[in-house]
Design a protein around this ligand. Structure first.
Ligand code: HEM
Length: 332
């Protein structure tokens, strides 16, 4: 059985026996995860059935073996067999995605690295996927962020521009088979690699779109403290270690709505590149040169997560962080 599932069952049982114990159990598990350097190998849905397609098997191996036997990155190249809409292109599954990714690259990368739209695309992928947890019957990476009215929710402020652009991608490429959920997740991957240093990540397509707005209350908020954030992510099958790695995506981030008087302030000094300096700057920064979210500072200084945060902030942080983040990003 999945580790996170066991944890949740454990926590639920204890909570019934002793009200308030659920949080304690989650914290103990999270601390163990840190000590062991563990990341979640949780499987969900079809992946649990044991009857897998070839792609399902690859995804399962990546999730469970990490950077071992199956490389979560991609090293291949691809030449489309024809123009978009040609019969040669229509009969090749990858072809439409070549055109989607090419247009995204033009929008998400410039001479300096990733653009505002590229950074927005990374956050957008997270906000579509993370509006879900193991107790949700729907939600997740299903395109509902842009197929419903979710974008008007306060936690999604700042995604208006990338959301509008992504809807134009959908209008252009949906007639050739590209779904909204896949476009959004591909955008997060292209946005990441558009930031120099950003890992090149395999993209999978085939998600099912849903126009039903995702359940509320599943996304993290900047005012949350560390235990609340850890609980929130454990319910999404991420360990505390995974969370520390994932939130490093704030290496490519600006804020506009947490403090509108400092709109455009970045969360590290070089938001156009993908490096580990976000960790050290959050740990030691004065919240003037860069903007430090309360939630990031909380994770940087909380007993369970501060050790790993400091490791990523250290001199070998870049090499240690990148492989972890590649794997974690996969689990959305
Ligand atoms: C602890 C959990 C997290 C919290 C509380 C949080 C919160 C925030 C907030 C408040 C902003 C600024 C929004 C604005 O005012 O415009 C932001 C930006 C951003 N976040 Fe997070 N976030 C979290 C985790 C993540 C994760 C896991 C990812 C991706 C894997 C991510 C990716 C981004 C990106 C790329 C931006 C920059 C967007 C831009 O520059 O337009 N965040 N986040």
């Amino acid at each position: 059985m999945k580790k996170a599932t066991i944890l949740l069952l454990c926590a639920a049982t204890q909570a019934v026996a002793h009200p308030g114990m659920g949080r304690v159990m989650a914290e103990i598990q999270a601390r163990d995860d840190f000590v062991l350097g563990a990341r979640s190998g949780s499987l969900l849905g079809d992946l649990l059935s044991g009857v897998l397609t070839a792609v399902g098997q690859v995804i399962k191996d990546i999730l469970q073996l990490g950077t071992g036997a199956i490389d979560p990155g991609s090293g291949g190249s691809y030449t489309p067999p024809g123009k978009l809409g040609s019969s040669a292109c229509n009969s090749d599954t990858l072809c439409v995605w070549y055109y989607v990714a090419s247009q995204m690259w033009g929008d998400f990368a410039d001479a300096g690295g990733c653009t505002d739209l590229g950074r927005g695309a990374i956050r957008q992928g997270f906000h579509d996927a993370a509006a879900w947890d193991v107790n949700s019957a729907y939600g997740g990476a299903d395109g509902s962020l842009l197929l419903s009215d979710e974008l008007s929710r306060s936690e999604n402020r700042g995604l208006e521009e990338i959301g509008a652009l992504t809807k134009t991608y959908y209008s252009t490429y949906h007639p050739y088979g590209a779904g909204m959920a896949d476009i959004i997740q591909l955008g997060a991957i292209v946005g990441t690699v558009a930031c120099p240093g950003g890992p090149r990540i395999r993209a999978f397509s085939g998600r099912k779109d849903n126009s039903r707005a995702a359940p509320t209350g599943k996304l993290p908020l900047p005012a949350m403290d560390a235990p609340t954030l850890i609980d929130l992510f454990v319910k999404k099958t991420f360990t505390a270690s995974d969370l520390v790695a994932l939130v490093g995506a704030h290496t490519a981030a600006k804020q506009r709505f947490v403090d509108p008087s400092r709109a455009g302030a970045s969360l590290d000094t070089d938001p156009q590149i993908w490096d580990a300096s976000f960790y050290s700057e959050t740990l030691t920064g004065d919240n003037k040169t860069t903007f430090i979210l309360h939630s990031d500072k909380a994770l940087a200084t909380y007993s369970v997560t501060q050790g790993q945060w400091k490791t990523f902030a250290g001199s070998s942080g870049q090499s240690l962080w990148s492989p972890v983040s590649v794997v974690s990003l996969y689990e959305w």
